[in-house]
Design a protein around this ligand. Structure first.
Ligand code: NDP
Length: 392
């Protein structure tokens, strides 16, 4: 029996995780569920999964959740705040932590779980993008098992040889990172200038939270994933190539020196990588329908269009720059995406905000979590200021 904490239980990944867990009550129990503001949804999850703890953002949310749970006779203890998030991620009774809070807010609790040596199912790519070096050092020091949930990285993980960590990388030449191209594939910058948040969030293949949906539409998500891949698999940015594959059936590929290319395929449903990571190295049912290759019939591939989607180029440059470039990029992007969702800036201004921020700040080498958070803060301050000047 694995005891699991689900950070970000009310989000898209959190809900898919609980769907898989519910299919295997003999294998998994829920230790803690966390959310930020969706109290009623979290209350429903607590009544179904009976966690020992539930964590919310603040005192007010905790009182509201406690009232909902007490009315139903629930024994779940309600906590709130960042310390509580870290506590339920690192507690002795936890085996596995699903890190599915969105954005930089996930960094601290995920790091707490890593330092406590938990098995980490990493959806919160922003944590690794911001603090990659420190994060991977902490994984090595604690002996934590780190399994990628991002479908692309999970696919690569499945296609890598078992001796990949050896010096010759097991004959691996290159990682080919799949990208759907998002809802605006094929459009010019001019054609994207007036797109709305709802249009940007209407992904053709995946159903996801709004922040990652916008990131997918700008291709910043692919840039963040490129940085994530470099840290997870200890490769240089030059060894990762983005391949646009509009059907989202091949989730990524590994190219070997003998000419072989291994790929992982499946329907675009996050329950597959979640089930894979939960059960690894075994396999369990995920509830995902069998892949029907005959109805798919065709798989297409294109090079990414860096002119229309400059965010990918900006993130690739940050990956090559190193130091705290990725932390600044991530902070600026979170601010810009929120400003776009609030209709304060246009879609194509997201890339402008991030580029401006990176060009305005000197890079430093972050040697602690506090230093990473300071880089994040600097990125947010410069981008917020720029947005105030250019907003509608
Ligand atoms: P959602 O927006 O759907 O969910 C985010 C979750 O985090 C919610 O539970 C939310 O609580 C909680 N949350 C939000 N802000 C805070 C905060 N400040 N402190 C604590 N908790 C907070 O996001 P997704 O599930 O789509 O994505 C989660 C992570 O997984 C992201 O890092 C994303 O990049 C990654 N990912 C997602 C994929 C997907 O298919 N969705 C695929 C691959 C990676 P509440 O609901 O109460 O607001």
């Amino acid at each position: 029996m694995q005891a699991i904490t689900v950070l970000g239980a009310t989000g898209s990944i959190g809900v898919s995780t609980l769907d898989v867990i519910a299919r295997h009550p003999d294998k998994y129990s829920v230790f803690a569920l966390t959310a930020h503001r969706q109290i009623e949804k979290l209350a429903g999850q607590c009544l179904q999964f009976k966690p020992t703890y539930a964590v919310v953002a603040d005192d007010g949310a905790a009182v509201a959740l406690q009232a909902l749970l007490s009315a139903q006779g629930s024994a779940t203890e309600v906590l709130f705040g960042r310390e509580a998030l870290c506590a339920v991620s690192s507690a002795e009774g936890v085996d596995t932590v699903m890190a599915a809070i969105v954005g930089a807010a996930g960094l601290e609790p995920t790091m707490a779980a890593v330092r406590a040596g938990k098995k980490i199912l990493l959806a919160n790519k922003e944590a690794l993008v911001m603090a990659g070096g420190l994060f991977m050092q902490a994984v090595a020091a604690s002996g934590s098992v780190l399994l990628p949930i991002d479908s692309e990285h999970n696919a690569i993980f499945q296609c890598l040889p078992s001796d990949f960590k050896n010096t010759d990388k097991g004959g691996v030449k290159k990682l080919l990172l799949s990208a759907s191209g998002g809802p605006f594939r094929g459009r010019t910058l001019e054609q994207m200038r007036a797109v709305t948040p709802d249009q940007a969030c209407a992904h053709p293949n995946w159903s996801m939270g709004r922040k990652i949906s916008v990131d997918s539409a700008t291709l910043m998500n692919k840039g963040l994933e490129l940085i994530e891949a470099c840290w997870l698999f200890n490769v240089a940015a030059s060894q990762v190539e983005v391949v646009v594959h509009p059907q989202s059936i091949i989730h990524s590929l590994v190219q070997y020196i003998d000419g072989s290319v291994l790929a992982q395929l499946g329907n675009p449903d996050m329950r597959t990588p979640i089930a894979h990571a939960l059960a690894w190295p075994s396999r369990i049912e995920s509830g995902v329908a069998d892949l029907d290759l005959f109805s798919i019939a065709q798989l297409n591939f294109e090079k990414p269009d860096l002119t229309s989607f400059p965010c990918l180029a900006v993130a690739s440059a940050a990956a090559r720059e190193g130091r705290d470039a990725a932390a600044i990029l991530n902070g600026a992007n979170e601010i810009a995406v929120q400003a776009f969702l609030d209709e304060r800036i246009g879609f194509t201004q997201i890339a402008e905000v991030v580029s401006h921020t990176l060009n305005s700040l000197a890079l430093t080498e972050p040697d602690s979590l506090e230093a990473v958070q300071e880089s994040d803060r600097r990125g947010r301050a410069v981008s917020s200021d720029y947005i105030t000047r250019v907003q509608r």
